[in-house]
Design a protein around this ligand. Structure first.
Ligand SMILES: [Fe+2]
Length: 246
């Protein structure tokens, strides 16, 4: 089976880049075992990345394609525009960067680097249920009729897949990739004094993202089903078509 339409080049990385990648894994994986949700911990095993050497995107893309029919796309090393982003998502293509943070940025980097993409996000895309729910955000966003709805939907994605928490057996576990890939922000989010709110669509949609610093509050979902329901409920509240998988 060959992965469709992937043009992902692997830059030549320096030895220092590989060491940064390895150092991030060494720091973050033990913490993830304490704090991350089951979906992540099972997914990271299935992803089976080399923790010592930076990944080859084409190889990882093919691996994920075999598991859930998602592929990787090229994020061109910066934040894509939201419409372009959700066009990728609607096509079951997850855009990734190919840049690795500098050694002094181990705790936090404002740009989504390779560690954020591969460690934070890709474990989830090994799960067929998550993979289908994530895709629903594509048609939901693309059906929006104005900029307010577009911003709402982008924030619903942000406050779940990037910075969300999930309830498991009565405990809070980390769900969002932005938290999983940032030691600094994960610890900040889990402090008892940091506000954590039950997910409310209107409140989350009115809460700006904070891509260049830590968030002031975080939102809790109860399950993957809850995430799917958020997509359906938003469509219903706004009179948009219920998003379907093609
Ligand atoms: Fe991300």
């Amino acid at each position: 089976m060959t992965t469709p339409s992937v043009s992902l080049e692997r830059p030549s990385y320096s030895e220092e880049d590989h060491q940064t990648w390895a150092a991030l894994w060494k720091r973050q994986l033990p913490l993830a075992h304490q704090c991350a949700c089951t979906l992540f911990l099972e997914g990271i095993e299935k992803l089976a990345l080399d923790t010592e050497r930076l990944p080859d995107p084409a190889v990882v893309s093919e691996h994920i394609y075999k598991l859930t029919n998602w592929t990787l796309g090229d994020a061109q090393n910066e934040y894509l525009g939201p419409t372009e982003w959700f066009e990728h998502i609607a096509e079951r293509r997850f855009p990734v960067t190919n840049y690795i943070r500098r050694p002094h940025e181990l705790e936090f980097t404002p740009l989504p680097d390779l560690f954020h993409e591969y460690f934070g996000h890709l474990a989830f895309f090994t799960d067929p249920e998550f993979a289908d729910i994530a895709q629903l955000f594509g048609p939901l966003y693309l059906s929006a009729v104005d900029e307010r709805q577009q911003l709402d939907i982008a924030r619903l994605w942000w406050h779940t897949t990037e910075f969300g928490l999930i309830r498991e057996n009565g405990d809070l576990r980390v769900f969002g990739a932005g938290l999983l890939s940032s030691i600094g922000e994960m610890q900040h989010a889990l402090k008892p004094e940091t506000p954590k709110l039950e997910f409310d669509i209107r409140v989350a949609a009115a809460t700006p993202s904070a891509p260049y610093g830590y968030h002031e509050k975080y939102f809790i979902i109860n399950s993957l089903d809850h995430l799917r329901q958020i997509v359906y409920d938003y469509a219903e509240m706004e009179g948009l078509p219920r998003p379907e998988l093609p």
